[in-house]
Design a binder for this molecule. Structure first.
Ligand code: PLP
Length: 363
């Protein structure tokens, strides 16, 4: 018996790897260092006992989508409507649904590297071609080059990530608007991944309108302290949401996820306070790094990308692991030679990281 062969393109793929090592200080996956408030746990426990486990959940996740739309609309004085919100199991499933609906054979997505690896990975899994352009050496995006790339490749989907993972930079409003104009010229769709949106000053949510081909994706995994929940969403034109509803599996959002997702939103103030604390800590970590022999890039997210100048990234990373501090090793990623990415943690975790790094760099 020969093993059945997988799709030719799948045979060529690497899986997604994010090594988990047992350490005291885990600053490698941009999770929130604090759990949601205790009252969230209590109300969730009460809610679970009232769930109709024998029934399918609300297929449209109506309450959840309505509440996400109201909260995201707050800065604009007007809620986003239920039909402008699509929710799924992590923003990764949102991205997958976008690729299933708008990608596929004979179509391509455009990415600007280095950026979030899952954009190209998910596109490939969905049988979509990937074309990639490089950012400048300081990781900014040259707007003329980006517009030219959209016109040249005519991608079905153009991805921007703002703040960009793993570099931390926010895409300026003028850049996003220019790229959107180009995307309109080629009848494509612009996806702005704002997994770290609440940490930044400007959001592309401002552009959401049925006459603009742009969607913004966000997640509970970072600012909402709920990576374990696997819940993400997008805000976009209702005509995009209609198409996504066709490709997603029926009842994909289980009752427990909807319950917890709704409850989490009752703690908006606490979320904003956690974000403010992390922004303050980010300043502290940036200051600490500035005193060490490393190059760093300005971040508007909950992580900082840096490059040791006196030792290789690989060596520094493993000697930090020896000191029970785990950060993300980007040293071998294309365009990120010797770079490391540290997630902002609690004050104590950040202290441990800075002390260990100082020791490793021998300064
Ligand atoms: C962490 C992250 C996500 C989150 O994905 P989930 O599936 O919602 O956990 C999405 N996009 C980027 C750029 C991220 O860094």
């Amino acid at each position: 018996m020969a093993r059945p062969s997988v799709r030719d393109d799948v045979a060529l793929m690497d899986g997604y790897h994010s090594p988990q090592v047992e350490v005291d200080v885990r600053l490698n996956t941009n999770e929130a260092p604090e759990p949601p408030p205790a009252a969230f746990d209590e109300r969730l426990a009460a809610g679970i006992t009232a769930l109709d486990w024998n029934r399918y959940p609300d297929r449209a996740a109506g309450e959840l989508r309505t509440r996400i739309g109201s909260i995201e609309g707050l800065p604009y004085g007007q809620p986003f409507a239920l039909d402008q919100v699509f929710a799924a199991n992590g923003s990764n499933e949102v991205l997958q649904s976008l690729c299933l609906a708008y990608g596929g054979t004979g179509r391509s997505v455009l990415t600007f590297e280095p950026t979030y690896a899952l954009h190209s990975h998910i596109a490939k899994v969905c049988g979509t071609g990937v074309v990639s352009e490089q950012r400048e050496s300081d990781f900014t995006l040259d707007v003329d080059a980006a517009v030219a790339a959209v016109r040249h490749h005519r991608p079905a989907i153009t991805f921007l990530c703002s703040p960009n993972n793993p570099t931390g930079r926010v895409e300026p409003e003028s850049t996003v608007r220019s790229v959107l104009d180009a995307v309109h010229e080629v009848d494509g769709l612009l996806v702005v991944d704002e997994a770290y949106g609440q940490f930044a000053a400007w959001s592309a949510l401002e552009l959401i309108d049925d006459s603009n081909s742009v969607v913004v994706t966000r997640t509970y995994s970072k600012t909402w302290s709920a990576a374990s929940l696997r819940l993400g969403y997008l805000i976009g034109p209702s005509w995009v949401v209609d198409e996504l509803d066709k490709v997603v599996l029926p009842y994909h959002l289980d009752g427990l996820t909807q319950l917890a997702g709704n409850l989490a939103l009752d703690f908006l103030d606490e979320m904003n306070q956690r974000v403010a604390r992390l922004v303050e800590q980010r300043g502290r970590v940036a200051e600490g790094l500035a005193a060490l022999p490393v190059e760093q890039w300005p971040s508007e997210a909950n992580f900082i990308l840096f490059r040791p100048t006196v030792r290789s990234g690989e060596e520094v990373w493993s000697e930090l692991v020896d000191r029970s501090v785990l950060i993300r090793n980007c040293a071998s990623w294309p365009g990120l030679d010797d770079c490391l990415r540290v997630t902002i943690g609690t004050p104590e975790e950040n202290d441990r990281f800075l002390a260990a790094l100082e020791e490793v760099l021998g300064s």
